[in-house]
Design a binder for this molecule. Structure first.
Ligand code: SAH
Length: 361
């Protein structure tokens, strides 16, 4: 039994079954035993591999995206560049390197990283610091402590790690899915008593058939709202890339990953990564409600091709050995093909209502 398993059981004994959101919050973010607080889960040897770890082109193109948007903002002398959940810092190091082509933008940047994990912060400091000793990032636990001012937000595979609630339709109506201690000692899903009001999910889902599962992530919506408000009032933009659905949908998307394979979300909390599909419509709507305008989502494949991934790959291949060239081609396919990361992964932009169409949308 992990330490966290014991703590979760104590909380269940004291307060009753946990919501899926509370379980995720502790399994990922417990200050001592949460998954993102402990080791370094990323990269080819970790539990999963994210787009920036697949190829430097991903971060580079995002850097260029930021530079173009900054120019569209009137090239302000000072701008906050904020990354939410920077992982190992690879995306940001690649993005900043690509800004060799936009030195005025690079010089305008105040870099802020929102990261709760201590181990990951150290990792980010090392990756970004080694590549860009002139840039001193500031770290934040939450977006509320970010400084005022025009801000560009980047979030890759951040929202999928935020806690969700799950509701299940039954013949007696909607109930919340909860997590309890099973008779044999592990954890199991149970259902709350029927809700007396409709669940806080998209209204179009309320009439779902029995057994259907609907999800909502209040934590995601509140961050999307805060981003929308900042962008609308102070200026800037946000680029959110993640995997998920365009329209609100039904289905249990809670998943656990360990050693590059699927695992049971209820086994070994704190030692497996837990994620859920991002509801892009809900995120865009939350940002729009705060006064900004949401663009997309568009598939990651379409987005990266519009930003010029093929031309970037061709330039890299020019000076490369045959095996490296093959690797670069492979990375393009992996990031953009419809049956790889090209469609399931999507990009959404949040802009001030009057701003021009952002690149790639
Ligand atoms: N963007 C990176 C890492 C994605 S994993 C990449 O693409 O490789 C999710 C990241 O979000 C991790 O850095 C994790 O520690 C961070 N994170 C998760 N929940 C968070 C929260 N509530 N607040 C701040 N950071 C969080």
């Amino acid at each position: 039994m992990t330490r966290l398993t014991g703590l979760l059981k104590d909380e269940i004994a004291a307060k009753g079954p946990l919501t899926v959101a509370r379980y995720m919050e502790l399994a990922l973010g417990h200050p001592d035993f949460g998954y993102y607080r402990s080791d370094d889960p990323f990269g080819a040897d970790g539990d999963f591999i994210t787009a920036p770890e697949i190829s430097q082109m991903f971060g580079e193109l995002i850097g260029v995206w930021c530079a173009v948007v900054w120019r569209g903002m009137g090239a302000p002398k000072r701008v906050n560049l904020v990354e939410l959940g920077p992982g190992r810092g690879t995306l940001m190091a690649d993005a900043l390197r690509a800004l060799g082509v936009a030195p005025e933008f690079r010089a305008a940047i105040a870099l802020h990283l929102v990261e709760t994990g201590k181990g990951l912060r150290d990792r980010q400091k090392e990756t970004i610091g080694n590549a860009h000793p002139d840039i001193e990032p500031q770290w934040h636990e939450r977006i509320e402590s970010l400084p005022e001012g025009k801000t560009l937000f980047i979030a890759n595979e951040f929202f999928d790690a935020l806690p969700i609630h799950q509701f299940q339709k039954t013949p007696e109506g909607w109930r919340e899915r909860l997590i309890d201690v099973a008779d044999r000692g592990g954890f199991c899903f149970v259902l709350s008593p029927p809700l007396t009001t409709p669940p806080p999910v998209a209204e179009e889902l309320w009439d779902a058939e029995a057994e259907a599962v609907a999800e909502v992530s209040p934590a995601s919506l509140s961050i999307a709202r805060a981003i929308g408000e900042r962008v609308a009032i102070q200026g800037g933009a946000a680029l959110i890339i993640d995997y998920g659905h365009e329209r609100p949908g039904l289905g249990d998307t809670l998943q656990a990953v360990k050693n590059h394979g699927f695992a049971d979300p209820l086994t070994d909390p704190g030692r497996v990564d837990l994620t859920a599909h991002v509801d892009f419509t809900a995120i865009g709507a939350a940002a729009a409600l705060a006064g900004a305008k949401a663009w997309g989502p568009v598939g990651q494949g379409v987005f990266l091709k519009a930003l010029g991934i093929k031309a970037r790959a061709a330039a890299l291949i020019e000076g490369a050995r045959a095996d490296q060239a093959e690797e670069i081609q492979g990375a393009v396919a992996r990031l953009t093909d419809g049956d790889r990361m090209g469609t399931l992964f999507k990009a959404l932009a949040v802009m001030p209502a009057a701003a021009a169409t952002p690149p790639g949308f």
